[in-house]
Design a protein around this ligand. Structure first.
Ligand SMILES: Nc1ncnc2c1ncn2[C@@H]1O[C@H](COP(=O)(O)OP(=O)(O)OP(=O)(O)O)[C@@H](O)[C@H]1O
Ligand SMILES: [Mg+2]
Length: 348
């Protein structure tokens, strides 16, 4: 969104931020909380802009908000919760979630990877961490939330479930509640939370997918991967219309060529547009590379084992593409808060 040349009095949110010195996410928060005290936006072309009075009005709202009785209420800010998922198992979710986390961390984002996987190659093994007590065990022992996040490679945090926390939590509502409360706390501290949803599609995983800020579908050139991903997205949209408004991306893994990867992503997007009435934006690809297997054998993430390898570069590109998609309004809503509401019986 840029300032139209012929309308110098119209301001973008970046302009208002520049003139007031207030962050864009804070301006969006004020917009939602104090809409009655702010001037209406005006339509120019097909975009809404702020008017010239907006900076002064925002400054006033900021002053009033800061002087609110009881002190300035903390403005909630949450990290992006991105669920890494697939219809079919074995497509590379765990490897991608871990290495994408490392790539994001290298780009300066504080990243926590949550292992919801039941598979054998789970995150702590791929990351070379010793197996310790699982997250539920720690929560049961009353450990503070900070302790459930294990320090992982290159500064990322890892929450490992031991045996698939989301699936495990499926069985016991009390544990699920405890877990989601802890995850909500993590969401406050991290900038990006990547959840490897594992291959299981139980209630816990589906609820989490419905609550996540963004969904990242991992596809492979295998035909069943596409069909299963489509089936999963269709089911999710039927269960929760709110997903229609959330970003859904695809990444193609284990393709042999770029053309093949592009073809897979295109087919998924086309099917979704045609039959589900929504698009799925492709944010990149990771080609098949023997480095992944070699890194796993050494219990080292491939981006650490061989940062210069093709697969590591592709993963870095993915991280960059994800950061380009950052939506300021996501910072003021809590994905695990939504999840909690679902657990307590109200559907978002
Ligand atoms: N880009 C790649 N090139 C080559 N091999 C890959 C690539 N990505 C993943 N693999 C291999 O594919 C297999 C599955 O990977 P991974 O365990 O990450 O998938 P997953 O989707 O998490 O599986 P599950 O559904 O069982 O949890 C592993 O053997 C891994 O080494
Ligand atoms: Mg896995």
């Amino acid at each position: 969104m840029s300032l139209p040349d012929d309308a110098p009095d119209l301001l973008t949110i970046a302009d208002v931020a520049g003139r007031t010195g207030l962050e864009e996410s804070l301006l969006r928060f004020y917009e939602s909380e104090y809409s009655d005290r702010l001037p209406a936006k005006v339509l120019h072309g097909d975009t809404l802009f702020f008017t010239a009075e907006a900076p002064a009005a925002f400054r006033e709202v900021h002053r009033v908000h800061a002087a609110a009785p009881g002190g300035r209420p903390a403005i909630p800010r949450y990290g992006r919760v991105i669920a890494v998922t697939s219809g079919k198992g074995g497509v590379g979710k765990s490897n991608l979630a871990l290495n994408l986390g490392i790539a994001l961390q290298r780009l300066g984002k504080m990243c926590v990877v949550v292992d919801g996987d039941l598979g054998l190659a789970n995150i702590h093994l791929l990351a070379g961490l010793a197996s310790g007590p699982g997250v539920l065990e720690l929560l049961e022992r009353g450990r503070p939330v900070a302790e459930i996040v294990a320090p992982g490679p290159e500064g990322i945090g890892i929450i490992s479930g031991g045996s698939g926390i989301l699936a495990l939590a499926d069985s016991d509502p009390g544990q699920r509640l405890r877990l989601v409360r802890a995850l909500a706390e993590v969401e406050r501290a991290a900038e990006v939370v990547l959840v490897d949803t594992g291959a299981g599609m139980g209630r816990g995983v589906r609820d989490l997918l419905r609550a996540a800020d963004e969904l990242l579908f991992v596809l492979t050139p295998d035909l069943t991967s596409l069909a299963d991903a489509y089936g999963l997205l269709k089911g999710l949209l039927q269960e929760s219309p709110a997903i229609r408004h959330r970003p859904v991306y695809s990444v193609v893994n284990m393709a042999d060529t770029l053309q093949q990867a592009a073809g897979v992503a295109l087919r998924f997007d086309e099917c979704a547009r045609r039959f589900l009435d929504r698009g799925v934006e492709n944010i990149g690809y990771v080609l098949r590379d023997a480095t992944v297997g070699a890194a796993t054998a050494r219990r080292t993430p491939y981006t650490v084992f061989r940062p210069e390898a093709r697969v590591s570069k592709h993963t870095h590109n993915l991280a960059v593409a994800l950061l380009r998609q950052e939506l300021p309004e996501l910072a003021i809503s809590s994905a695990f808060g939504r999840y909690l509401k679902m657990l307590q019986g109200s559907t978002p």
